[in-house]
Design a protein around this ligand. Sequence first.
Ligand code: AHR
Length: 499
Amino acid sequence: MSSKACRLNVHLDHVVGTISRNLYGHFAEHLGTCIYEGIWVGPESRIPNTAGYRNDTIEALRELAPPVLRWPGGCFADDYHWRDGVGPRDRRPRRINRHWGQVVETNEFGTDEFIGLCRLIGAEPYVCANVGSGTPAEMSDWIEYCNASADSTLATMRAENGSPEPHDVTYWGIGNENWGCGGSLDPEDYCGMFRRFSTFATGLGRTRPYRIACGPCGNDLDWTHRFLEKLGGRFGLIEGFAPHLYQGSAGTSLRFTDAEYYDLTSRFLGMERMICQQRAAMDGFDPDRRVGLVVDEWGVWHPDATPGFLKQQNTLRDAVAAAAILDVFNRHADKIVMANIAQTVNVLQSMILTDGEKFVLTPTYHVFRMYRPHQDAQLVFSELESDRVQAYPDKTDDPTLAPTLAGSASKQNRTVTITLVNRHLTEARIVDVRLIASESVSVKRASGTVLTAETPQAHNTFESPAAVEPADQAITVVGERFKHILPPCSVTRLQVDLD
Ligand code: AHR
């Protein structure tokens, strides 16, 4: 295997900011088998469960320390009426899930079950309210049901449903993709509705709502300018603004050429461009950054995702693509406050796949597990030397020409975490890591973890659940320097404990 040398300088004294744990957020929609089967099987199921939540899923998600979980959609949110999903389960109405497969939605999993899930996995709830087909009154009642501590009728209803203590939901989405499935609105009309809904999304009990507006489809700057123009400086109504950016596909989930591999794994550049340009557009109206940039849907969406259910396989290629994007989030921790990958189980770039009782972790799950130490750590400035790989070398204007390597570095207490992606399919990179600080650096211990496989198509199945799994690597540090081999098509985490 051929290899090239490169350098990484990590400036330990140069702290750029804190990497919000919320950049590692998740999203679970009533779509396909994400909620029903993937998370909730009901207390009577023969699949091992705790009060209806499947044990294997809960245990795996807890390992990720998921900071925040968005629910109930997605497109489903603007067709969802929360009252359908509270009270005795056997009396809840059966509705049609119009957006996703037109299956019967039993409403067995509703607000209280969602909060129960968040408590079990340790995530903050993020509820997306219905703007498209709902009313401000319905949304403000939902907030009262969740957050009121006084003995109002809705708070009493919550107590009778088993939760005397308020749910304390901070994050509220005011609609989802209202330019599309959430109402086909233009930015001015949506902003008018946002202002109205947001006015009634007030603080109750001990919780102040963090209200997140629907941002553009991808990096559509026109939506952002027109929405913020129409907002007219009413920054008392808004805390977050959320574009969605999917990475699309090149080939299918399991069948792709080398060029398509390079193409898909170069899409982190599009995410980086969107974060920088959207933040710059927002800064034009909001230079003090009172409104946070939230990417509350992202991930790879392959054309063979099952129609209406969006279930797809997940390979090492997807894991490499996700890792490069998480490094972008880290490096732009001063510009972005939350991100939520789509979606948790059985939908798009999921962490987990199930089929009845069967259960498997995806390569993307392992990336989230490996990147966990970055949560709430301090981003430190780093310089990573990299050549570039071109997906389609015969195209002179190939937009996928992107660095071979991606990475980021953070520190928390006395531990430095460095994550590195080598996108090259056949060449290793020998990275010469140098930890730079004003005082001399003394390393107590260092360890490495790598995620790779023989081919980028490698993936985990119920029959071979460990085809793509992280492995430990030894590191020998001399002074403040060490060399480390990044195998082709790999994601690596290096952890260094300082004296
Ligand atoms: O994540 C699947 C769908 O993608 C969501 O429901 C919608 O918001 C987006 O278009």
